[in-house]
Ligand binder design. Structure first.
Ligand SMILES: [Zn+2]
Length: 293
């Protein structure tokens, strides 16, 4: 099996054996960023598969190496149940794929894949049986997913629309998704790059910029919390690495409606390797079991 995680900047490809990965690296002319033979994965630049001809060439290269291919997708995935289960996708990042089927064995939005990976540990603990977990991914884009034990066991998050980065946030700036003023424009890695004038790290060494960023990110989390009220939040993606969790929690709690609220919500960062692709593989295993594939 080949498992792919299509990110905003990088696309990770995980193989079932080192020889299959070598076969791909020998054949490919895609822009390879790095290769990790021990963990059997490599990453390529997502921009190198963002046009129709290259994307189809990418898919057929992978399918010539391994018949079974699964993938995350940075947009809306609609599952069609029939003799053969099909996955119809929608994302303005891939305009040539809008409303088309991806010829893969399983496709899942990256936010539920990330959340499922953490939910697998979370729901192992008995005391969490009646609690919920929310995964929030903040990288080039933003997305989130919320799960209870039933969602985790029954995969009810498949065929739902996860686009938390595109809730209306502020201003009238046009977003790539077709809407205006989306949260993604004010919280994501792209925003850090914009206010840090090309260098996201600058934001965290400049008090004024940092204040703007923490105000935005805490406002965004407050909106998520007062909408779905999770018990635990795990934050992943490239931006999460720079975020101070204690400060974020403080800002969230002091900004909640009514007054300073002790939410009891555990907020933590994801420090695990490859959470999206691992969550994707776990969810696919469960999916095959559920639909007897
Ligand atoms: Zn948008």
């Amino acid at each position: 099996m080949i498992a792919i995680d299509i990110g905003g900047t990088k696309t990770l490809i995980m193989f079932s054996s080192k020889s299959r990965m070598k076969e791909f690296l020998d054949e490919t002319d895609f822009d390879v960023i790095n290769a990790n033979p021990n963990d059997k994965y490599c990453t390529i630049r997502t921009s190198s598969i963002m046009n129709e001809a290259n994307f189809h060439r990418f898919v057929s290269t992978l399918k010539s190496i391994d018949k079974e291919v699964i993938s995350t997708f940075p947009g809306i995935v609609r599952v069609e149940y029939g003799k053969r289960i099909k996955f119809r996708v929608y994302s303005q990042r891939f305009p040539f794929l809008i409303g088309k089927h991806l010829d893969f064995d399983f496709v899942l939005n990256d936010a539920p894949a990330f959340t499922y990976f953490h939910a697998a540990d979370f729901f192992k603990k008995r005391e969490n049986a009646e609690r919920t977990i929310m995964g929030v991914v903040i990288g080039t884009g933003i997305n989130a997913c919320h799960m209870n034990l039933w969602d985790f066991k029954r995969l009810t998050f498949i065929n739902r629309i996860f686009e938390a980065g595109h809730v209306r946030f502020d201003g009238n700036e046009k977003c790539f998704c077709g809407r205006r003023g989306c949260a993604e424009l004010h919280v994501s890695g792209k925003f850090l790059e914009k206010i840090g004038r090309g260098n996201p790290e600058r934001v965290f060494s400049d008090e004024r910029l940092m204040e703007v960023f923490y105000r935005n990110i805490s406002d965004f989390f407050i909106s998520l919390i007062i909408t779905v009220s999770p018990h635990e939040i795990v934050i992943g993606g490239s931006v999460s690495k720079s975020v101070d969790m204690t400060l974020l929690k403080e800002k969230i709690e002091s900004g909640l409606p009514h007054s300073r609220v002790d939410t009891g919500i555990r907020i933590r960062k994801d420090l695990s390797p490859l959470p999206h692709v691992k969550g994707l593989i776990l969810a696919y295993r469960r999916f095959k079991q559920k639909y007897r594939l």
